[in-house]
Write a protein that binds this ligand. Structure first.
Ligand SMILES: CSCCC(=O)/C(O)=C/O
Ligand SMILES: [Fe+2]
Length: 177
């Protein structure tokens, strides 16, 4: 089951849980995130997974393992995942094994940490500030879904002076009103 809490900025290592008070999943969903459960042991036959793929129009999927042993250019990629960013498209990840943290900024620009574990599928909306942080186990296997041609390039908040004015950011902000 997905769990969420406010992220404690005072903890030096973001791979630790950095847990402040819990955040309800309704609050996470009100930010436009979608949360699903699926049968990670039966990914080929999982009816709920097939339904999500159909409903969300996903026509591309691949698998990524984030671990020091398995991910090529591990340090570089993890640094990239950790940078706060947005995308022009939703980010959909189904956790097949392991666990990790997806952090999303709430309406007050506070980090909400979402723990994703085996059997959880999380979709973060286009335009929301977010990042991915491996947890202390440093192992997650995930399916990445995409509608259309996959674009992995993040738009980093720290590097884009006008990010707040970007159409996808404005579109996302309008969903919060
Ligand atoms: C567990 S999936 C790796 C993180 C990722 O793909 C991403 O795009 C983070 O924003
Ligand atoms: Fe992302």
């Amino acid at each position: 089951m997905v769990k969420a809490w406010f992220f404690d900025e005072k903890i030096a290592n973001p791979r630790e849980p950095c847990q402040l008070e819990n955040v309800s999943l309704e609050v996470v969903e009100a930010l436009g995130c979608k949360l699903f459960k699926f049968d990670a042991e039966n990914k080929e036959d999982c009816i709920s997974l097939k339904k999500i793929v159909k409903d969300q129009n996903y026509n591309f999927q691949d698998e990524i393992t984030v671990s020091r042993e398995k991910l090529p250019e591990y340090e570089k990629k993890v640094k990239m995942f950790l940078e706060e960013h947005i995308h022009d498209d939703p980010e959909a990840r189904a956790c097949l094994d392991g666990s990790g943290y997806f952090d999303v900024r709430d309406k007050n620009d506070k980090w909400i940490r979402i723990l994703v574990e085996k059997g959880d599928l999380l979709i973060v909306p286009a335009g929301i500030y977010h990042r991915f942080v491996p947890d202390l186990n440093d192992f997650i296997v995930a399916i990445r879904f995409f509608e259309g041609n996959p674009v992995w390039t993040p738009i980093n908040r720290a590097n884009e002076e006008n990010i707040e004015k970007m159409p996808i950011r404005q579109k996302f902000l309008a969903t919060l009103l």
